[in-house]
Design a protein around this ligand. Structure first.
Ligand code: ADP
Ligand code: DP6
Length: 324
């Protein structure tokens, strides 16, 4: 009863920001992402009837506390689905910085769901796997698929219609992403806490929700037509709207640091100089820059030269779940 799966992270171009039900992770809006080749997790799950509890090793180290509880709680969902009361040993390796705003939770829970379900003998289709993965970390449900994927929020209280669907496969469009790593001295507000605070207290949250359906419709037509300017403009504006909601929360907060703004400005300057590039930012200070392959060298050099930039990691579109 052992299986190993590999899953990539994804970057949201239309953000998931807000939950209507926290216990089983149901969002307040649809979101859309690109799976990234450069960042991934490989996880092995072994169930054994002789184990007396779950154990979790991440990058070779035994994990305890909240990250362990999240994994063990998620294994409970898999056990419930399979109707088997059997504990597991989980070994995971992140080829992505952990808890640093690079969505290790997305690749981590997608790989765990796939390996866990297979190891216990569940035969899930992509939709069922995405629905299960969602309950580990919302954004992870999009990492089941390669290329572009949309998480449909659904309307049912039991979450049965809340899962991701493929929008365009990895071969459709070689859209690139540069992840700009910045030195964050400020303590991070987790996406979970940040979302909750925004939903509960930000007067801008209603405006955020109102804007989603147009953004989503337009970006899908841009992706279909491989229209870089259209997709970039919508993604950048959508990210700015999401971050604007945090400034209206009580108490207000922001994920940005000074160098976040410097990178945003550099991206605008690149555009003014005729090099197409757009930015997007998740729940952290680091910036992801969207660009096309022919501009890779210039974009890379320009971003690396910014004072305060620790690293620039380049990525192509990535594949969905695979089993090793
Ligand atoms: P990130 O930006 O890396 O997603 P988060 O704070 O949102 O940061 O999520 C990090 C958390 O995700 C970790 O503390 C841990 O609970 C979980 N996580 C990360 N990697 C894995 C993994 N490989 N397997 C299971 N859980 C993981
Ligand atoms: C800003 O998926 O990390 O990256 O569902 O609470 O685990 P939980 O949150 P998470 O939130 C991701 C928020 C985001 C936008 C996105 O990826 O869509």
């Amino acid at each position: 009863m052992k299986a190993t799966a590999k899953a990539h992270t994804n970057i949201a171009l239309i953000k998931y920001w807000g939950k209507r039900e926290e216990s089983i992770i149901l969002p307040t809006n649809n979101s859309l992402s690109l799976t990234l080749d450069g960042f991934y997790t490989t996880t092995s799950v072994k169930f054994n009837k002789d184990f007396t509890e779950d154990e979790f090793f991440l990058d070779g180290k035994k994990v305890t506390g909240v990250p362990y509880d999240r994994v063990s709680g998620f294994l409970d969902l898999i056990r419930d689905l399979a109707g088997k009361k059997v504990y597991a040993s989980v070994e995971s390796v992140n080829e992505v910085p952990t808890a640093a705003g690079f969505a290790s939770s997305a690749s981590g829970f997608a790989a765990l769901a796939a390996a866990g379900a297979k190891a216990i003998g569940l035969e899930l289709n992509d939709q069922e796997l995405s629905r299960l993965t969602r309950q580990g970390s919302g954004s992870a449900c999009r990492s089941i698929y390669g290329g572009f994927a949309e998480w449909r929020m659904g309307f049912m209280e039991d979450g049965s219609d809340s899962y991701a669907v493929p929008v365009a496969p990895v071969e459709h469009w070689d859209l690139r992403v540069a992840a700009v790593v910045l030195d964050a001295k400020m303590k991070k507000v987790s996406s979970r806490d940040g979302m909750r605070r925004t939903v509960e207290s930000s007067p801008f949250f209603a405006g955020w929700l109102d804007s989603i359906s147009v953004d989503l419709r337009e970006i899908k037509s841009g992706i279909e037509a491989r229209d870089f300017e259209k997709v970039g403009k919508i993604a950048e504006a959508n990210c700015l709207k999401m971050h604007a909601t945090t400034l209206g929360a009580k108490p207000p907060f922001t994920y940005w640091i000074d160098t976040t703004l410097t990178v945003m400005q550099r991206v605008r300057e690149l555009r003014e100089n005729g090099i197409p590039a757009y930015f997007t930012i998740d729940a952290g200070p680091n910036v992801k820059v969207l660009y096309l392959p022919e501009n890779e060298k210039q974009i890379h050099e320009s971003l690396q030269r910014i004072p305060g930039v620790l690293d620039v990691r380049l990525s192509k579109p990535g594949h969905g779940i695979s089993y090793l």
